[in-house]
Design a protein around this ligand. Structure first.
Ligand code: NAD
Length: 300
C-alpha cells in the first residue's frame, strides 16, 4: 500500500519568499511584425498605454499617442518610442483628445488619416478609477468612469470600424482590414467591492468587444480584449509602492511578481500581428494567474 505524504507539505503557505525561485524578467527582441501600419493608442502618455505605444513603434508602426494630460508627458513618450534603437521603428505624433467626447474622437481619427493615410490598429486603453463605497458614489462619479472606460471605447471603435470598412484588406500590410484591442481588466470577471463603476465598465467592455467582434468579423476586422491583472502603473500605485502593500498584493498573484506595462505591451503587439490572425472575440488575460482563484492556493 502506498503512503501518501501530507498534501500540505508542498503548499505555498509552508514556504517563505526566500524558498521560491528568484524573479527573472523577460528580455525579448522587438521584431518588425507590424511594419508599415498605423495605430492610435488612447491614454498613451503613461502606464500601459505608454508601453504599448513604444512596443508598436518598435514593431514598425506609426503611432498616434493620444493623451489628455500635459503635452510634456506625451512628448516624453514620443522620444522614448522613436529612440528605441530599432532600424525598423515607425514615427510617433501626439494628439490631445478626450475619448469620451464624440467630436474630439472624430478629429483624432481625421488628423491620423490625413497624416498617415489610414488607421490599421486601435488600442482602446484610456481608463480611470473613481472609487468609493456604493452609498457614497455620486451619479457624476458613476457616469464619469462609464463615459471614459466604456463609451470612450465605443466612440473610438466606431470611428476605427468606419475607416477599416472604407479601406478594406491591403494584402502585404495585414491579412485583416483592421485590429481593435480593448484594454479591459481581470475585473471584467472578478467582482470588486468598492469599485462598482470600474468593474461595471470593464464587464461592459467584455460584451461590447465580443458583440462587436461578431458583427465585424465578416469584414475581416479582428476585435479582442487584453485583461491585465495588477500592473505597476500610476492607476494602482498604493497597491505596490510600499513593501507591505507589495507583500499583500502577492497573495493575489500565483506567479509572485507584479506585472510590468511591457508584459501587456508585448501581447498587444503580437495580437495585432498576422501571427494572431485567427484570434478574434477573445479576452486574453495577462495576470500572473490572478484569475486562478488564488485564495485556493493553500488548498482551500
Ligand atoms: P494610467 O492612469 O497610467 O493610464 C490611464 C491613461 O488614460 C492616463 O494616461 C490618462 O490620462 C488617460 N485618460 C484618462 N481619461 C481619459 C480620457 N477621457 N481621454 C483620454 N485619455 C484619458 O493607468 P494604466 O494602468 O496604464 O491604465 C491603462 C488601462 O489599463 C486602463 O484602461 C485601466 O483600466 C487598465 N488596467 C490597468 C491595470 C493595472 O493594474 N494598472 C489593471 C487592469 C486594467
Amino acid at each position: 500500500m502506498t503512503t501518501l505524504s501530507p498534501m500540505n507539505s508542498t503548499l505555498i503557505r509552508d514556504l517563505t519568499p526566500d524558498e521560491l525561485p528568484e524573479v527573472v524578467m523577460p528580455a525579448c527582441e522587438a521584431r518588425p511584425i507590424l511594419k508599415g501600419q498605423t495605430a492610435i493608442v488612447t491614454g498613451a502618455s503613461s502606464g500601459i498605454g505608454r508601453a504599448i505605444a513604444c512596443a508598436l513603434c518598435a514593431a514598425g508602426v506609426n503611432v498616434v499617442v493620444n493623451h489628455i494630460g500635459p503635452d510634456t508627458d506625451a512628448r516624453r513618450v514620443i522620444d522614448q518610442a522613436t529612440h528605441c534603437g530599432c532600424d525598423h521603428r515607425g514615427l510617433a505624433i501626439a494628439f490631445r483628445a478626450d475619448v469620451s467626447d464624440e467630436s474630439q474622437v472624430r478629429s483624432m481619427f481625421e488628423h491620423t488619416i490625413s497624416t498617415f493615410g489610414t488607421v490599421d490598429i486601435l488600442i482602446n486603453n484610456a481608463g480611470m478609477q473613481l472609487d468609493s463605497r456604493v452609498e457614497d458614489m455620486t451619479l457624476a462619479r458613476w457616469r464619469k468612469v462609464l463615459d471614459v472606460n466604456l463609451t470612450g471605447q465605443f466612440l473610438c471603435a466606431r470611428e476605427a470600424v468606419r475607416e477599416f470598412k472604407r479601406r478594406g484588406v491591403k494584402p502585404g500590410v495585414s491579412c485583416a482590414a483592421g485590429k481593435i484591442v480593448c484594454i479591459s481588466s481581470v475585473h471584467e470577471v472578478i467582482p470588486w467591492a468598492g469599485h462598482i463603476n470600474y468593474a461595471g465598465s470593464k464587464g461592459g467592455v467584455m460584451l461590447m468587444m465580443k458583440s462587436l467582434a461578431q458583427e465585424v468579423a465578416p469584414w475581416r476586422i479582428r476585435v479582442n480584449s487584453i485583461c491585465p491583472g495588477a500592473i505597476r502603473t500610476p492607476i494602482n500605485r498604493p497597491a505596490w509602492e510600499t513593501p507591505e502593500a507589495y507583500r499583500d498584493l502577492m497573495r493575489l498573484i500565483p506567479y509572485k511578481r507584479i506585472g510590468e506595462p511591457e508584459d501587456v505591451a508585448r501581447l498587444a503587439a503580437w495580437v495585432c500581428s498576422d501571427e494572431a490572425d485567427y484570434i478574434t472575440g477573445a479576452s486574453l488575460f495577462v495576470d500572473g494567474g490572478m484569475t486562478l482563484y488564488p485564495g485556493f492556493e493553500t488548498g482551500g
